[in-house]
Write a new protein. Sequence first.
Length: 295
Amino acid sequence: MPKSTALSFEGTVDRNAPTLINSVYSERFFHDMRSEALEDQIEHVLVNRKEFDTDMMRIIEKLKQSDEYVRVFDDCFKKLDGEKLNGHTIAFAISAYVSSLRGFNSEFDKYVRGEQAHIDDAVRKGFNLFMGKAVCGTCHFAPVFNGTVPPRYEESESEVLGVAENPYAKHQVVDPDLGRGVARLKEQSDFNRYAFKTPTVRNVALTAPYMHNGAYKTLEDVMDFYNKGGGEGFGIHLDNQTLPFDSLSLNKQEINDIVAFMKSLTDTTGMTSVPVRLPSFSNVALNNRKVGGEY
Ligand code: HEC
């Protein structure tokens, strides 16, 4: 979905949900980079009125109604003083789970590690174009192909591309979301208006539609956007566009090769299984919830 359904079916949340896989390889979280740690990101989601519209205290109270949850937290956090089931341990447990979601066993990874002798010609050419002529790799840095800057990988970058509100409209206008430009007080500058975090392109074959607003339906549409110089190439003029304006002059074959390369980065091994059951509650209604949640 371009944007996930909001709490109580009241419209949608504000932005496209990014993949959690490999999200740990970042120094900032959310499209607008407002959070500095996975543990801290959780709080934003809990209090967001369109997401959980609750707070940590209410969650702790609820989990305490389950003897099993209390026991599991006691076991996990033996070495801590005081109550084991608290806001910090809950945030820690969730971020530990998210940090475990890492996918480096794609076709591409196996080939570059020498574990597999052959890879499609299109993938090989596409990788060279991604790192070379098409300059994708100057923002989507290898090996995660996200905005975490080598060689130290300690900082996440945002960029201004000029993403359209509706890329299929005849007359295109910039998506009104100001992103990083309105996210944190100390970063609110003209320079950061319309800037968004550079996401990974790993698993993009599975995560259509694209960009912070989910407005681009296919990878081919994303490629067309880049090939024409981003927003500027579609009549969207921003003084601070950081994506080079010039056309990449990629032909159809080259575009297909880059898409083939991105599709070779798919790996969800071991990350899609569903727990057989959840810790039990004495309140039976809570026990009958669908694992993974349900609308
Ligand atoms: C100037 C830096 C920059 C360059 C160069 C760049 N990208 Fe991006 N890319 C970004 C940013 C920033 C986003 C997120 C934009 C948003 O959410 O509005 C993005 C988003 C994407 C997405 C969507 C990911 C998703 O999950 O929604 C894909 C796919 C992508 N880029 C592929 C490419 C390819 C292929 C190239 C080369 C042709 C390229 N990028 C060049 C910065 C860049």
